[in-house]
Design a protein around this ligand. Sequence first.
Ligand code: SAM
Ligand code: DTB
Ligand code: SF4
Length: 371
Amino acid sequence: MTNSKYSTKEALLELYNKPLLELVFEAATVHRQHHDPREVQMSSLLSIKTGGCPEDCGYCPQAARYHTDVEAHKLMTVDSVVEQAKNAKANGSSRLCMGAAWREVRDNRDFDQVIEMVQAVNDLDMEVCCTLGMMTEDQAKRLKNAGLFAYNHNLDSSREFYKDIISTREYDQRLETIDNARKAGISVCSGGIIGMGEAVEDRIGMLLSYMQMENPPESIPINALVAVEGTPLEEQKPIEQWEMIRMVATTRIAFPKSVVRLSAGRTKMSMEAQALCFLAGAGSIFAGDKLLTTPNPEFNEDKEMFDILGLIPKAPFESGEKPQSNPDPIIEEKKRKAAQREAELAAARGKRSVNPANGDFQPRKVTTVNE
Ligand code: SAM
Ligand code: DTB
Ligand code: SF4
């Protein structure tokens, strides 16, 4: 659902630039019409495959071409993902978002392993989200079949500013991946970053791109740039907290039913500024002491903030049924073939082996000349 009062660039700009408290009041009013203002979704991030990414996203510490402190790690095991998911759940998170530093999903063993992770986390009664880069419709369907609830793929900024930040893939390719998730019946999580040096018009331009979709994203993460040493954006000054509040409020009003997530950048925000974001309609945060590779407030700090502000963590599947987790045909076929190979090997071993106890050893009769 979009707010038809604000479907043009001019109207959205005027909204964004309104006197701050007027803007927050309007956003809070819209928020209360469509959401329970006390509930805040806690979503935990987990970097299941870190660093070494071939892309050139100017903000990203995981791009192989920049010299950052991020150490590359291969894909996590399913067991360690489950352990982390249980910890996130025990601390109040209802969603786990698994991120991989990939340009795109490939149909290989790693993807099979991600499918198993989705099945395992779905089994824990958590909303499972993935952010794996570009994906095809078939790959989206496979994830959906395994029990994926949401897919995160950000437009990041306006079409115009995007070109200044990323050259290795196009805005339209991002739109296509979002569309593939939609076609597979997966909830869409898509938003952007402010504080990369863009103009306010670019922030509005991004919101307009979402306005033009037949169905806007169910979740819209608003990130403040985490300027990481070694990336091209390392020198960017932190944005004013007021800008974050304005962006959250404008997004809230423009997309009344979507969940607006106050995302990266909270370590630099005061509790008061975060409170204004919740008042202005933020209905979700990333929870846990790490985003993907950079720090985030600890669970305890957020618990204290929730207590002070009277917020409560949202339960899973309030905004959509739990997806069924079905066996994956490719993995099942792999298992079937492995079992068949094992049986053939056992049979071959059986033919060769001799076991007198089973009576399958018949000593050769030896006849002597004297008999
Ligand atoms: N590789 C996949 C992709 O790009 O779609 C998934 C992971 S990627 C890290 C997910 C998102 O994290 C990016 O689209 C961007 O919006 C956000 N992000 C990455 N680095 C960031 C930073 N330094 N500050 C704020 N947000 C960041
Ligand atoms: C989103 O919009 N923000 C998250 C999540 N989606 C994947 C990622 C933030 C990453 C911040 C930098 C880092 O920790 O590497
Ligand atoms: Fe790679 Fe994603 Fe980082 Fe871009 S944002 S460099 S695609 S991990």
